[in-house]
Design a binder for this molecule. Sequence first.
Ligand code: 5AD
Ligand code: SF4
Length: 419
Amino acid sequence: MNVYDGLRIAAMLEHNGFEQTNDVTDADIILLNTCAVRAKATDKVYSALGRIRRAKKPNAIYGIVGCVARESGADAFRKIKDLNFVLGPQSYHKLPEILNDPDTKLLDINLGGLEKFDELPPITKSPYVAYIPVQEGCNHCCTYCIVPYTRGPEISRSFNDIMAETMHSANVGAIEICFLGQNVNGYRYTDKNGKTYCLADIIRETAKIDSVKRIRFTSSYPTEMTDDLIDMFKSEPKLLPFLNMPIQSGSNKILEKMHRQYNIDEYMQIIDKFKTARPDIQISSDFIVGFPGESNDDFEQTCDIAKRIGYINSYSFKYSPRPHTAAAIMQQQIPENVKSERLIKLDSILNERQREFNLSCVDKTFDCLYEGVDKTGTKYIYRTPYMQPCIVTTNTPTPLAKICITSANKSCLHGKIID
Ligand code: 5AD
Ligand code: SF4
């Protein structure tokens, strides 16, 4: 979601006559697009603002957008006196107002719903992967999560708006469409004739666009997987066989304290349905270790489930107490050193499985999508249908290529283009 917001902000500023620079000392406007999900990300914002303040040109305006802006509100101006703007995740389309009057302080952290989608200028050229938000906010109340506060309750965009943006992105270069939402599979929109659309309808319609070759979506809430959506993995070959479906913990006791609305058996049943629909499907997950009250035994259950499901790629975090959340004031907070030890142990399990899966891809051939140049500037990076980066040498990279995998390690694949 942040990547999408960042691209739209960049496009909006370009529309207003700006161009991008990587040099802070040269910039006329500087903004930090921020995430508040964990405390570490929030803390970094203020140290980064301090650095920007010292480095920037005296007249350059600067500020924050996104979830830390929403969380801090006017407090941000108290912390950093000459900050110019603080705009929440649903108000960043108002940024041009400050360009007209740089001497004002612009503060807007309202949850304006979907207004920004109507206000933003359309992009003129899409990267090969276009991110299209279908809904914003979240109605789940996971006790650790600040998102329902920062992004507000769930609102789904109209089916027609989503399809218009998808079509536009395809027309200006997108080959892969990634549908986004904090709770993407909770997407529901009822039009004025009473017809209700869900995510499967969006996928079905998008698959009809010839130039779109790959479709995916993130991030999914396990119990909102409808049979219609699961069936799409059987019937729609453009839908990639890769799904992010966070489990968070392997202990039923902790899942309940987190207010996740499933237990491990139910989660496993959903995975089985996906495997039946699409035997080559692979799953990725998010994990939180060190949630309040997590015993050694609870943590061991998380390790067990990680091994049992064999996620091919995961994000794992130490629990971080956040303002406006119920878990922050729970008893039995776990000491930092225990969280760190648990994270190292879980990561070693997740990494080993990722390495194993990558190695199992050697000698197989995949349709891959071009992403960019590698760090050395001499080779090219593609993405497999499982989102693994795959490095190839070629004279002329094509947007799509059939690649045979020749070697692999934990973090990437190497391959040769055969078509
Ligand atoms: N502490 C640690 N991780 C968190 N996440 C959300 N809130 C917290 C928190 N307070 C993680 C969850 C979620 C991902 C986006 O961030 O795993 O799926
Ligand atoms: Fe946060 Fe995701 Fe839970 Fe919503 S479903 S409250 S975004 S962790």
